[in-house]
Ligand binder design. Structure first.
Ligand code: C5P
Length: 292
């Protein structure tokens, strides 16, 4: 399975690869992954009638830096965490896809500053993306997997789900809400970073929303706390805290190289292991806070 035509040549190192330290990995991330969102001046959008609906500047250019940010994964182990107040004490809180806060405030908090949504959620009838009030809080950021070597033009004509059609309709319905789309280069640069630091071949699919959102916040904040990406003692087969659906693949990955993503985040974590065990909490530095 290589749906996105990923090429691994050049990433394999003969005789094994050196295991990088946390600070070395952070420097690879800072130097090798360009965090950006689409702007209206980029081709092909600059030539499309609806292109002016896109922001004029990248999200990372306009926002931040914020002091402290929280990334709240949707893992089942968020249930009974009691982390709501701690999460809400951050300046910015990022959530994913259809993750609700109503009814779960004690465990996941109530603040939503940014919501990262994949194109499948944007397009599927089940999620009522265009009409549900779930999506009306905070800044929206959409993403869709592009073919590995594609430029924006090729991706525009070959998205996984109709992200641009949904984007246009949503923007017209909610013109006041800030709505960005991740530049797809980021996904594959991150993928290369993961594969380049693993001794075995990883899934040839883009990283999960969890890692994309974490790196997005690392580009906007001084400190990022990620909750239940590395599972705590509450680890469970429950997929999402807001659904009664059990599947371990949600935590360890099937489509996404999630286990490898978690391995990298564990190595980059600045916090004590005890924080992971008790709070499912990882501490990562903002990309602008360190030099390489
Ligand atoms: O399932 P969904 O992609 O909406 O969840 C958001 C993110 O939370 C995932 O991309 C993944 O990184 C993380 N997650 C997790 N363990 C779970 C469920 C989600 O690490 N059980």
């Amino acid at each position: 399975m290589n749906k996105y035509k990923v090429q691994v040549q050049g990433l394999a190192i003969e005789g094994g690869r050196p295991k990088l330290s946390g600070p070395e990995l952070l420097c690879q991330l800072k130097g090798g992954v360009k965090v950006a969102t689409l702007t209206s001046d980029l081709q092909p959008f600059s030539e499309l009638t609806w292109g002016s609906l896109l922001p004029q500047r990248s999200m990372t250019f306009d926002l931040g830096p914020f002091k402290s940010c929280a990334v709240v994964t949707s893992a089942g182990s968020m249930r009974h965490s009691g982390l709501g107040a701690e999460i809400d004490s951050h300046d910015m809180v990022l959530r994913f896809n259809a993750a609700p806060t109503a009814g779960y405030e004690k465990d996941v908090g109530a603040k939503t500053s940014v919501r990262l949504i994949n194109s499948q959620v944007m397009a599927s009838d089940d999620h009522h993306f265009l009409s549900s009030s779930l999506y009306s809080a905070g800044i929206l950021v959409g993403w869709d997997p592009a073919p590995y070597s594609a430029d924006l033009n090729e991706w525009y004509n070959k998205t996984d789900y109709p992200i641009f059609e949904q984007y246009q309709v949503y923007r017209k319905l909610h013109p006041q809400q800030s709505f960005h789309i991740l530049h797809p280069h980021m996904e594959w640069q991150l993928w290369e970073l993961i594969q380049g630091n693993m001794a075995e071949p990883i899934q040839k699919n883009p990283p999960s929303s969890g890692l994309l959102g974490t790196v997005l916040m690392m580009s906007l904040c001084d400190v990022v706390h990620v909750y239940e990406f590395l599972p705590s003692r509450r680890k469970t087969k429950l997929c999402h805290y807001y659904q009664s659906y059990y599947d371990e693949a949600c935590t360890v990955g099937a489509y996404h190289p999630l286990l490898y993503e978690k391995n990298l985040v564990k190595r980059m974590n600045l916090g004590p292991d005890q924080d992971i065990y008790t709070h499912g909490r990882v501490t990562l530095p903002g990309l602008h806070t360190f030099t390489c």
